[in-house]
Design a protein around this ligand. Structure first.
Ligand code: GAP
Length: 454
């Protein structure tokens, strides 16, 4: 059973320390969120899983981590300064601002008035300036997507790694959009993270690779606990395509607020590399290349057989970390009725995503031998590098189990009197999903935990 409403998810996220409204103590910063002790672990684990599958498990993808503040010309040439905007209207009655394409029956969604302004375009990029002067000459933007710096570094990566098509560059990082209406918890926010791959292929091979990446991405989400049956693949209608796209598949998930986009997989053609390439006059290539005198590079590759230059086409799977997190949280969320009639809330995260991998709990919190044994076990397991192992000393074993069910800790390890008295010490290991408990020799714990997670 998944969460019925977004409120259920928001509530558990706040209560258990996954996600908080940013600047809550000053009334909140709209469209910004902070990730608490468990949220940061879940987020890191999701990003790690993406990097593992996109970079480490492949030899045709390289990683990148570029600056967030972006050269203005980069975003002019990419088309963002000119076209990265949403239509908006203001309510003349209450001053409320809305995205024009979200307005129902031409009524203000705040006060119901029909007295709205004409539609006008609002550019979504956050501006900043570099250096001490703020006279407009040193304008820069916070990146609205991580992709542009991948295109900007295309030549650097090719030259330093000797890669040729088909190959990709992957990046995870913050992106910023001054959304007109941020809404639905962390679904539409103004500061978020993207996990983006730009996969470069020969023109003509693009459609084949587009379908390949669609399948790969659906499989990956399934491995994160988001089943294919909950993801709807939308072949985005031509009118709704982004300015750079020839064709886009949106992976839409069944969110508590409705079916909505979790990831886009776009065929960006040679649009971006073409636009960032120096003047076509200097190149013997036939791509849509702007007469851009400011770029210093030729973003083209040479076919080794024909010796012809070509600007690669790009297939781009681009996923939002926050949107992925809601889907993962929603799928993990279960409320079960136990045999004795009581209810337990349990987050059934896939083990590799669980914020806490194992909790080590003393049956008696004031018994030094038990406490020492717990600390030693925690230290030993932590060294395995699987993620957070928590030494939990609250004294009430039943409550500790419930709390760890609710935050999705797969294994609880309890040290009791038997452990410290036995010749070959054993501990109780409790499984989150089955609630089964079994005794395991302390000497075999590392092996047990390793096998559980790998
Ligand atoms: N580089 C391509 C690109 O940025 P996009 O469809 O605009 O394409 C890609 O964004 C993904 O980034 C989306 O599918 C979504 O998961 C995430 N995303 C976009 N805007 C967002 C926002 N305001 N809040 C949270 N996530 C967002």
């Amino acid at each position: 059973m998944v969460a019925k409403t977004m409120d259920e998810l928001v509530s558990i996220c706040k209560r258990r320390g996954f996600i908080f409204q940013s600047a809550e103590l000053y009334g909140g910063l709209q469209g910004m969120y902070d990730f608490g002790p468990l949220g940061v672990e879940l987020k890191n684990n999701l990003k790690k899983a993406w990097w593992q599958s996109m970079v480490y498990e492949r030899d045709d993808v390289e990683g990148l981590d570029s600056s967030i503040v972006t050269h203005r010309t980069m975003l002019q040439m990419s088309g963002h300064e000119g076209t990265f905007s949403d239509p908006m209207k203001d309510c003349k009655e209450c001053g409320h601002r809305m995205r024009a394409d979200h307005i129902v029956d031409n009524k203000c969604d705040n006060c119901g008035s029909e007295d709205l302004t004409e539609e006008r375009e609002f550019n979504l990029m956050f501006k900043t300036h570099i250096g001490a002067l703020d006279d407009g000459s040193n304008l820069a933007y916070l990146r609205p997507e991580t992709a542009q710096a991948i295109f900007g570094n295309f030549k650097n990566v090719v030259d330093s790694t000797a890669k040729t098509t088909p190959f990709g560059i992957a990046q995870i990082g913050k992106a910023f959009r001054n959304e007109i209406t941020a809404r639905n918890f962390i679904f539409r926010v103004r500061e978020f993270e993207q996990m983006e791959l730009e996969f470069f292929v020969k023109p003509g091979d693009d459609e084949k690779w587009h379908d390949y990446w669609l399948e790969q991405r659906l499989n990956w989400w399934e491995e994160q606990g988001v089943p294919k049956s909950k993801i709807h693949v939308l072949d985005v209608p031509a009118d709704d395509l982004a300015h750079y796209s020839k064709k886009t598949y949106d992976l839409e998930y069944e969110y508590p607020h409705g079916i909505d986009e979790m990831e886009g997989i776009a065929n960006r053609t040679d649009y971006d590399l073409g636009n960032h390439t120096k003047s076509q006059d200097e190149l013997n290539i036939t791509a849509k290349v702007h007469k851009n005198t400011q770029s210093t590079q030729k973003m083209a590759l040479q076919d080794q057989e024909t010796k012809e230059w070509y600007v690669p086409y790009v297939i781009e799977p681009s996923a939002g970390v926050e949107r992925g997190m809601i889907a993962v949280l929603n799928e993990a969320y279960h409320v079960e009725t136990l045999e004795n009639g009581s209810e337990r809330t349990v987050m059934k995260f896939k083990p590799h995503l669980a914020p806490i991998k194992a909790a080590v709990i003393p049956l008696k919190k004031n018994k030094p031998e038990i406490v020492e044994m717990c600390k030693t076990i925690k230290k030993d397991l932590q060294k395995l590098g699987l993620g957070r192992i928590l030494y939990e000393n609250t004294g009430n074993i039943g409550k500790a189990y419930r709390r760890h069910d609710e935050v999705g800790t797969p294994i609880c390890i309890t040290v009791d009197f038997e452990t410290i008295e036995e010749e070959i010490p054993t501990v109780t290991v409790r499984d989150r999903d089955t609630m089964e408990q079994k005794r395991i020799p302390v000497s075999e714990l590392k092996k047990y935990v390793m096998e559980y997670f790998i």
